[in-house]
Each structure stands twice: as C-alpha cells, then as structure tokens.
Design a binder for this molecule. Structure first.
Ligand SMILES: O=P(O)(O)OC[C@H]1O[C@H](OP(=O)(O)OP(=O)(O)O)[C@H](O)[C@@H]1O
Ligand SMILES: Nc1ncnc2[nH]cnc12
Length: 102
C-alpha cells in the first residue's frame, strides 16, 4: 500500500489457512479464541489494531497478545464505536481512539 502499511487479519479460530497461533480471551458474553497466521507480524513491526467495537476490551486485548507473541509493537487501537460504560480502555496498554462513544 502507498502508506507502506500491511494488513494482518485476526480471526476466530479455524478460519485462517496455514500455520497459526491462538489465544483464548474473555469478552462480554463468554470466552472465545482468536488466531493470526504465525508469520503475519515481523519482530519489531509497529501495529495498529482496528475493530468495529470495543465493549469490555477482551477481544482487543486478545489481539494485542497475539501481536506481542510475534514480537510486534502495538502502537494504538482504533474503534468505530466505544461502549464507554464497559471501561474496555482500562484493560488495554496502548492509547485508544474511537469515532462514536456510547
Ligand atoms: O470488547 P469486547 O467485550 O471484547 O467486545 C468487542 C467485540 O464484540 C464484537 O464481536 P463479537 O465477539 O460479538 O463477534 P463477531 O465479530 O463475530 O460479531 C465486536 O466486533 C468486537 O470484536
Ligand atoms: N454490548 C454490546 N453491544 C453490541 N455488540 C457487542 N459486542 C460485544 N458486546 C456488545
């Protein structure tokens, strides 16, 4: 891409081809598993995590754990919607930006 940025998907378990790494995470309504392809982040790469919504922050934290397992550096999180009353921001260790706060 023109920005020099790449795209690396984080998906629910069993949806990505090839070798993957997995983490379990807690979200608002239970437990789930995320995967990334094992070679999708190079050590030292800066990463921005983007999702549609942050509620408890469990999903975003799961994504952060996967990126950090590959020695990536999570710079920040971007969400379309932030459910502020669930305080998801408090479980994340990088700045978050949200377009709509509810
Ligand atoms: O901050 P959290 O409490 O973790 O919740 C946020 C997550 O909830 C939604 O996904 P959901 O798990 O409902 O699955 P979906 O993407 O299949 O809709 C949303 O897309 C976020 O990924
Ligand atoms: N409270 C909530 N409302 C809508 N989508 C969600 N995904 C996770 N928690 C949610």
């Amino acid at each position: 891409m023109r920005l020099g940025a790449a795209f690396a998907p984080v998906r629910k378990a069993g949806k990505l081809p090839g070798a993957t790494i997995q983490v379990g995470y807690e979200k608002e309504y239970g437990t789930d598993y995320f995967e990334m392809q094992s070679d999708s982040i190079k050590a030292g790469q800066n990463v921005i995590v983007i999702d549609d919504l942050i509620a408890t922050g469990g999903s975003a934290r799961g994504a952060q754990q996967l990126i950090e397992l590959m020695k990536g550096n999570v710079l920040e999180f971007i969400f379309l919607i932030e459910l502020e009353f669930l305080k998801g921001k408090d479980v994340l260790s990088a700045p978050i930006y949200s377009m709509i706060k509810a």
